[in-house]
Structure formats: structure tokens, C-alpha cells
Design a protein around this ligand. Structure first.
Ligand SMILES: [Mg+2]
Length: 419
């Protein structure tokens, strides 16, 4: 069986993964034999009983755990300022089998970022981490919005570079996608201080404003022009039932506005966190109230919204089934993130609602600053993503060792979290 782990790009396609599980030459690595009391991969081990388990092999194949899984935030955990965090590549190798237990762990990515198609984001991530990432294991902030394409026909989509978010929205199935550029092209005095570039002008579409009714507003990615985009969102919110050339007198008749996440700040190459979409949301709500005297209730996706974690659960289940032929939920999902207010809060709160264990791990390479007290305490703090995945796999190993209970482990690890 071909094993490219650690020697180049890792192909986690269905054939490879199935071969890992069912292949005729599967051999349990010798060191893994000490591990057979573990419930890790227990059911799949059964399928390998006829394998020549004592035959030495130069490159022993890996076995895939069917009992636990990993979920990663991206910015501040794996990537920072467009470059991989130093420990990220080794961390991904570790969970793909380059560890003392010879175990591979299924995983997904759950980022609040967006602004590109999932396929495009996966290509970026594959290049950055030297690892093939499949859209089937990837959720960005706006991914759950695709489930709303059936409900809304004409929508205003805000944020991101150029036409990319329009392309994303149309890819989700939205039928009539309008951008701020379309409105500015149609009426250039909409935004007194913003002029479209030649490229934006070329790509934007002329509208008949008397005939356009915005049914919903979606902020897919970070705005590149807060003043202009806020002006246009406010104009839409203050209409009668979304008809663009109308103005409400009561300011409670506008369309709903959805944000793909609520992160106020995020981690970049700058030494201090930068403003994110949550800051735009707070600003928009404040300005709406200042102008209309009414509260604006916006709706958010992304972490820490529990709906996003429920979506992640469905994606993880499908990914484990499609890529690893595992047709049962994992007992534990380790979520590794850098932002207490989104990653840790969401994981902890979702854990209260689910039967399986969502275990929060906070790393020190992003928004969270070492030495401070996280507003939402994780169950474990690690220096970086490599330490986090090592901790998760070793914890699973210890969990199944005789005499150690899960509650003892939780006590052991929670002591390291500052209160
Ligand atoms: Mg992050």
C-alpha cells in the first residue's frame, strides 16, 4: 500500500483512506500492539484480524481512529499573516500518522474567515500546509449560509475582494445577487467618498432601483470599505420591505441582515489583533440606533454560534464516512482555537448540548495572549498547535489505559488553565 505520509503531499482521498482501513496488507505497527486495549480504532482493528501482524515492514501503514476527531480553527492556529505557523506542518504530519502510535485522526477545519469559495480556500490551505485539504472537510464563516439560498431570491452580498463574494453566493444557489458595487455604479452619489475602480465598474451591474427588492443582506467577508458598505446596508435596512427606492417611516420594515461571524478582532502578522467583522457589526448596530432611534437585531453565523457547530457535526460525520468509512459519531472531538470568545466559548457551550464530548483547546499563537485570563476558559491551554494535537492523541491513549478515568484526566488538565 502506498504510504506518502511525511514524504510529500498527503492524499486523503477515499481510496487511500479505505485502503488504510481495509487493505489486504494492513499491518498493525509493533508499538501499536501495546495500544490494543485502547478503544481507538477498536472496531476497525477487528477487520484486520487476519493480517500478518508480526511481519516487520519498512513503512508500516497507519490506522485511522474511529473514536475521536479533531477540528481546527485556521487563523492564529495554523496560519498567521498568510504563512503557516512554524509548528503547523509538523502538527498535520503528526495527526496523519507520524506519531508513536501509528494512528491517523480524521479532522475538519472550522474558520470564521471567508471571502472565497471553499474550494479556493482549500487550495490556499493545501499549499500553505503542504497537505491536501478537501472542501468536504472545510467550513468557513459563510458556508452555512448556503442553506438559505432556497429562502431568499434577491440578496445584497457585502465584503471580500472584487466579485469573489458574488461568485460564492451564486455558487450556493442564490438566484439574484446584488453587491454594493452594483448600487454605486447605478447611483454614484450613494457613497460620496467612494469611487469604483475601473475593474469594479466593469464588473458591477446596472440596476433598475425601482424594481429591486432586497430580501436579505449577507455580510460574507470583511468589508474593504466600511463607510460605503455601511451606508448601503443602512439604506437597505431603512427601506419599506427591502424596496430600494423607498424609505420607511417606522424603521422596522427592512430586510434581515446576516453576518458570517462575530469576531471583533482577529490575528494577523501584525503584533496586535486587527478589527474584524464583529467590529463592523457593532458599528452598524450603533449607527442604526443613532439614526433611527430603533434597535437593530442582526443575525450571526460562525463560531461561537451553536448552529455552526451543529453544521460542523454534520460535516464531520459525512467526512468520516466518505473518507474513512466510519459510520458512527466520534466519542470526542478536540477543537483547537486561538480565540476564547469564539472558538472556546462555542466549543464549551456546544458541548453542553451534545452527547459526545467537544473538548476545547486554546493555543497561544493567535488572539489569546499568554499570561492573561481567557474570558471563556478552555479545558486545556497549549503553546501551539503541535502541542495541542500531541496532547489530544496522548490523552486518548491515557483514557484507555487501565485505572485512569476521564474525570481524572479532566481534573489533571484543567489545573493548567488559569482561573
Ligand atoms: Mg483564529
Amino acid at each position: 500500500m502506498a504510504n506518502t505520509l511525511g514524504t510529500g503531499r498527503v492524499r486523503l482521498d477515499m481510496d487511500t483512506a479505505r485502503a488504510d482501513v481495509y487493505g489486504p496488507n494492513v499491518v498493525v505497527p509493533k508499538h501499536f500492539m501495546n495500544f490494543t486495549s485502547d478503544h481507538i480504532f477498536k472496531s476497525n482493528m477487528t477487520k484486520q484480524d487476519t493480517s500478518p501482524i508480526n511481519t516487520p515492514m519498512r513503512n508500516p501503514p497507519k490506522v485511522t481512529s474511529d473514536d475521536f476527531a479533531l477540528a481546527f480553527d485556521i487563523d492564529g492556529v495554523l496560519i498567521k499573516g498568510g504563512k503557516p505557523i512554524p509548528e503547523a506542518v509538523d502538527a498535520m504530519k503528526y495527526i496523519n500518522g507520524e506519531n508513536p502510535y501509528g494512528v491517523k485522526v480524521p479532522y475538519i477545519f472550522l474558520t470564521n474567515g471567508g471571502g472565497k469559495t471553499e474550494k479556493e480556500r482549500c487550495l490556499d490551505l493545501s499549499r500553505q500546509l503542504d497537505l491536501e485539504v478537501d472542501p468536504g472537510q472545510f467550513i468557513c464563516g459563510h458556508t452555512p449560509m448556503r442553506e438559505m439560498a432556497e429562502r431568499y431570491h434577491t440578496v445584497l452580498v457585502v465584503g471580500g475582494e472584487g466579485e469573489k463574494c458574488r461568485v460564492v453566493a451564486e455558487g450556493y444557489g442564490f438566484k439574484d445577487v446584488i453587491t454594493p458595487g452594483d448600487i454605486i455604479k447605478t447611483r454614484h452619489d450613494t457613497t460620496p467618498f467612494r469611487t469604483l475602480t475601473d475593474e469594479e465598474h466593469e464588473n458591477s451591474r446596472l440596476l433598475d432601483l425601482d424594481k429591486v427588492r432586497i430580501e436579505a443582506i449577507f455580510v460574507f467577508a470583511d468589508s474593504r470599505d466600511w463607510a460605503g458598505d455601511q451606508q448601503i446596508i443602512l439604506d437597505c435596512l431603512m427601506t419599506k420591505d427591502g424596496w430600494l427606492n423607498t424609505r420607511s417611516e417606522i424603521f422596522t420594515e427592512g430586510p434581515p441582515v446576516f453576518f458570517s461571524h462575530t469576531d471583533v478582532v482577529w490575528s494577523t502578522s501584525h503584533e496586535h489583533s486587527r478589527l474584524g467583522m464583529g467590529a463592523l457589526r457593532a458599528s452598524l448596530e450603533a449607527v442604526y440606533t443613532a439614526i433611527t432611534g430603533k434597535d437593530l437585531n442582526t443575525i450571526a453565523f460562525g463560531k461561537p454560534q451553536l448552529g455552526t457547530y451543529a453544521f460542523a457535526t454534520r460535516l464531520l460525520q459525512k467526512w468520516r464516512k466518505d473518507s474513512c468509512a466510519i459510520d458512527k459519531p466520534p466519542s470526542t472531538v478536540y477543537f483547537i482555537g486561538d480565540t476564547p470568545e469564539s472558538d472556546i466559548r462555542g466549543t464549551n457551550e456546544f458541548n453542553e448540548t451534545t452527547e459526545n464530548d467537544w473538548f476545547s483547546i486554546l493555543v497561544k499563537t493567535g488572539v489569546y495572549q499568554d499570561g492573561t485570563v481567557p474570558r471563556y476558559p478552555p479545558r486545556k491551554i497549549c503553546d501551539n498547535v503541535f502541542d495541542a494535537v500531541k496532547f489530544a492523541i496522548e490523552r486518548e491513549h491515557r483514557k484507555s489505559s487501565k485505572g485512569v478515568t476521564v474525570s481524572e484526566l479532566d481534573y489533571e488538565t484543567s489545573e493548567e488553565v488559569p482561573k
